[in-house]
Design a protein around this ligand. Structure first.
Ligand SMILES: *Cc1c(COP(=O)(O)O)cnc(C)c1O
Length: 400
């Protein structure tokens, strides 16, 4: 375990509001005045530090949130976006042009997979989808045209664990950046501390945690952040996925409790995972010793936040999965919904929802079965009671 302390880093940041408020003032403007025409020109040329231009570039509220995200990941810089995809797609387009190539894990978020498999070929950018736990395959897939290695720290939905230090070594050797989507594991894993170059997040999930807004983030060197925001050729600036300042302010306030929430999500998920395992169900959870990469995961995580709030369980068939999820919702245990990181447990069958962009054949080859349920455990204060109800339903449905 690592003793990097993301929660402390965030708590040490102090911002005051305009009138000494304990929260920073919200910038309620899309455009900013300049006292002189020269300072406007300098700002456009990028030579005038600390001036605001136009809110697609950045805003005070977005900068506050960016600083908190840089503190979370221990990165030099950060930039926020209107959604996770609004963070991921500019990173890729900033790094790749026509004729370039990507080596990506095959088990990634459905939208990211669809972007690489269906959208990027229109720009003549090709992707090799690899088994990210097979480091030999990763390295063998790199070509002279490869511009980045892409993976999720813990993959969606199969919860495979990326060996970030080893992947970072491969990336360095070939002089390309390692880009890691850390949406499933904020606080718990700090990929940049482990050698990654760029971290992306969907703030829509755990980081905001109240399923009321979308958001995204990129954490990296300041030079890469500046490149993304460049008024002449920056992908974030020119594609325009800007986060609204009001939302940035609300996400920042929710980040103040992220460490407490992550601990509780982890505690509840670990409890349910252990019980499911005792019930002889096929459960995957990074905190279980039965997870093939439990030891690797343990060697990479930060102390104190547990093993995460996500687990998968295979109940045998899509019919059983659907019936189980409908009854769990009926019994108020959670919601049949995509997304994750909510105070209430969320569950879905990835094969027919979030990963449905991936063909059935490909799903089979990567081990994504139809009876698989992905659960994002909520913040239940009495998880043993939650489990007792789950168990009753599973007995009734012959799942156990
Ligand atoms: C949800 C998600 C995304 C996409 O984020 P949005 O905010 O929905 O655009 C990317 N990666 C992972 C792992 C996700 O769970």
């Amino acid at each position: 375990m690592k003793d990097f302390k993301p929660a402390n880093n965030i708590q040490d940041l102090q911002y005051f509001g305009e009138f000494g408020g304990v929260n920073p003032s919200i910038s309620d403007s899309s455009t900013y005045t300049f006292l002189t025409a020269k300072s406007m020109h300098d700002t456009f040329e990028g030579t005038s530090e600390g001036c605001y231009l136009y809110s697609r570039h950045t805003s005070p509220s977005n900068l506050y949130l960016s600083q908190a995200l840089a503190a979370l990941e221990g990165s030099e810089g950060a930039n926020v976006a209107s959604s996770g995809m609004g963070a991921i797609t500019p990173v890729i387009l900033q790094l790749c042009g026509a004729g370039d190539h990507i080596v990506s894990s095959r088990t990634i978020y459905g939208g990211t997979h669809a972007f690489m498999a269906n959208f990027l070929p229109k720009l003549n950018i090709k992707t090799a989808f690899v088994n990210i736990t097979d480091l030999k395959e990763v390295e063998a897939s790199i070509t002279p045209q490869t511009k980045l290695i892409y993976c999720e720290s813990v993959s969606n939905p199969l919860l495979e664990i990326a060996n970030i230090p080893e992947l970072a070594k491969i990336a360095k050797k070939h002089n390309i950046p390692l880009v890691v989507d850390n949406t499933f594991m904020p606080m718990i894993l700090s990929p940049i501390q482990l050698g990654a170059d760029i971290v992306v997040h969907s703030l829509t999930k755990f980081i905001n945690g109240s399923s009321d807004t979308m958001g995204g983030a990129i954490c990296s060197s300041q030079a890469f952040i500046d490149a993304l925001k460049d008024v002449n050729d920056g992908a974030s600036m020119l594609l325009g996925p800007a986060l609204d300042s009001l939302r940035a302010a609300s996400i920042l306030k929710n980040m103040r409790t992220l460490h407490i929430r992550m601990r509780q999500h982890s505690e509840n998920a670990a409890y349910i995972a252990k019980k499911f395992q005792d019930d002889s169900l096929k459960v995957v959870y990074p905190g279980l010793e039965s997870h093939p990469d439990h030891a690797l995961f343990k060697s990479m995580i930060n102390n104190n936040y547990g093993f995460g709030g996500m687990l998968t369980v295979d109940v045998g068939s899509l019919e059983k999965a659907n019936a189980f999820m409908e009854e769990m919702q009926h019994q108020k245990l959670g919601y049949l919904a995509v997304s994750l990181g909510f105070y209430k447990t969320l569950f879905s069958a990835p094969g027919t929802s979030t990963s449905s962009e991936i063909s059935e054949e490909e799903q089979k080859s990567m081990g994504l079965s139809q009876g698989l349920i992905r659960m994002s455990l909520g913040l239940d204060c009495d998880i043993s009671r939650t489990y007792d109800t789950m168990r009753k339903i599973m007995l009734q449905m012959n799942i156990i």
